[in-house]
Design a protein around this ligand. Structure first.
Ligand SMILES: Cc1cc2nc3c(=O)[nH]c(=O)nc-3n(C[C@H](O)[C@H](O)[C@H](O)COP(=O)(O)OP(=O)(O)OC[C@H]3O[C@@H](n4cnc5c(N)ncnc54)[C@H](O)[C@@H]3O)c2cc1C
Length: 395
């Protein structure tokens, strides 16, 4: 099954050849020809201004042989040679799913000179770690990572494919789902196997007011992303194996060149890994007052968080936002200063071990999730608290 070319409309202009991500189109002097490598992604159809390309009717397409897909896969992310914590968390979740399905759990590692990361991954319980080591994978690009993961998935046919809802995962996993022509549920907070063997993918919907459980019954793999710190990290080590995989060179071709990687220097932006977070809300009234929150965070050796209102006011950058459209965090201590506790904020921080809320409104919803609540004026409480901490430390 492949895209169809109408010879009466095709002008052999070559645009379709340029947009085809799998190089399935060759343009001769008179017409575009589509090979069997076509994945029916439809990019050529959208790009053709003459309407010469079309996809076969849905009914004419072959029904997927769902039973031929087996196994649970986790895309393993790493940075500077170290496995990202979300990969360990996904392997923990993946192990439960794989055991329920009675199938293998695999981790997929893409990069260059990544032997140490592959060895580390074995500690987190996969049955196999597929490793693609290539110089072009040393730096992340959407094109190379997507093409490599797609090629692997086409060869091995996993039934479930999980990835972190990190900057990297959010960037290229939708492309993988599109190329594999399957569904993707982003930002899941729970994963399970239903009675019919399908992956149950639960995530907040309608502004966080309901939890939706989504299934992907007709396509494979069933794909989901999960935010860091939502799942419990894997604990079991077993005698897994590492399998080096060689992919065709076309997987490493890319149109985008990474010229420079600028490391995140703002330590406070590393919210998802912080043990202490002090978050400021609109109750602080203006940017200058937000400095109190920054000072308290510094004193407690923590990171600075922000509600979306504060980010929208421009008091601090979006990398500090906690909540549904920001980051999910679960520190040991979360202090919410002048934050009302809208549901969209709460879904991002309710996993914190101790929550301290400071708000002058005793009815503020933040108190519903707070371990300790201070009903009072933050402009009195925070300076006094800062003074007390300094006093205790003899500063
Ligand atoms: C689709 C969608 C996604 C969203 N995603 C996010 C998200 O990711 N993160 C997020 O945070 N929000 C998100 N929001 C916005 C969210 O609904 C709220 O509007 C926002 O969280 C409110 O921010 P806030 O608590 O700082 O401000 P407010 O709701 O204005 O609360 C300010 C609080 O400060 C208190 N206060 C005022 N003065 C003082 C004082 N002197 N002392 C003590 N307390 C005081 C008030 O009593 C009040 O409770 C989203 C909304 C939508 C629709």
């Amino acid at each position: 099954m492949k895209a169809l070319v109408d010879p009466r409309k095709c002008t052999a202009c070559g645009v379709c050849e340029g947009v085809c991500p799998v190089e399935a189109i060759t343009v001769t002097e008179t017409i575009a020809e589509v090979s069997d490598a076509c994945t029916l992604c439809g990019l050529c159809v959208d790009a053709c201004e003459f309407g010469a390309l079309s996809l076969p009717e849905a009914g004419a397409r072959p029904v997927e042989d769902l039973e031929s897909y087996r196994g649970v896969w986790v895309f393993a992310e790493w940075r500077s040679g170290v496995v990202h914590p979300v990969s360990r968390e996904l392997l923990g979740a993946g192990r439960k799913l794989a055991d329920k399905r009675g199938v293998e759990l695999a981790a997929v590692l893409l990069g260059h000179r990544i032997e140490a990361a592959a060895a580390e991954l074995l500690d987190y319980g996969p049955d196999v770690v597929y490793v693609v080591d290539h110089p072009e994978l040393a730096r992340f690009t959407d094109e190379t990572y997507a093409a490599s993961l797609v090629e692997l998935a086409r060869r091995h046919k996993p039934e479930i494919l999980l990835a972190g809802a990190t900057t990297m995962g959010r960037s290229f996993i939708p492309r993988v789902a599109a190329l594999l022509q399957t569904g993707l549920t982003a930002d899941c907070t729970d994963l399970d196997i239903g009675e019919n063997g399908l992956l149950l993918q639960t995530r907040p919907a309608f502004g966080g007011n309901v939890m939706a459980t989504i299934v992907c019954p007709n396509r494979r793999p069933q794909m989901a992303t999960v935010r860091p710190r939502v799942m419990k990290p894997a604990v079991d080590r077993r005698n897994g194996r590492v399998e080096a995989v060689t992919l065709p060179e076309r997987c490493f071709e890319h149109r985008v060149e990474v010229l420079q990687v600028i490391a995140e220097t703002d330590e406070t932006a590393k919210l998802s890994e912080a043990e202490v977070i002090v978050t400021g809300g609109r109750g602080l009234q203006k940017r200058e007052h937000f400095r109190m929150v920054e000072e308290l965070a510094r004193l407690l050796k923590g990171a600075v968080g922000a509600s979306r209102s504060v980010v929208e006011e421009g008091w601090i950058g979006p990398s500090h936002q906690v909540g549904q459209t920001g980051q999910t965090v679960a520190p040991s201590l979360y202090m919410a200063i002048g934050v009302s506790g809208a549901i969209q904020h709460i879904v991002g921080m309710q996993g914190s071990r101790i929550i301290v809320a400071v708000n002058k409104d005793p009815e503020a919803p933040i108190f519903d999730v707070a371990t300790y609540g201070v009903v009072g004026d933050l402009f009195q409480f925070v300076p006094a608290f800062i003074r007390k901490v300094k006093e205790e430390r003899g500063e």
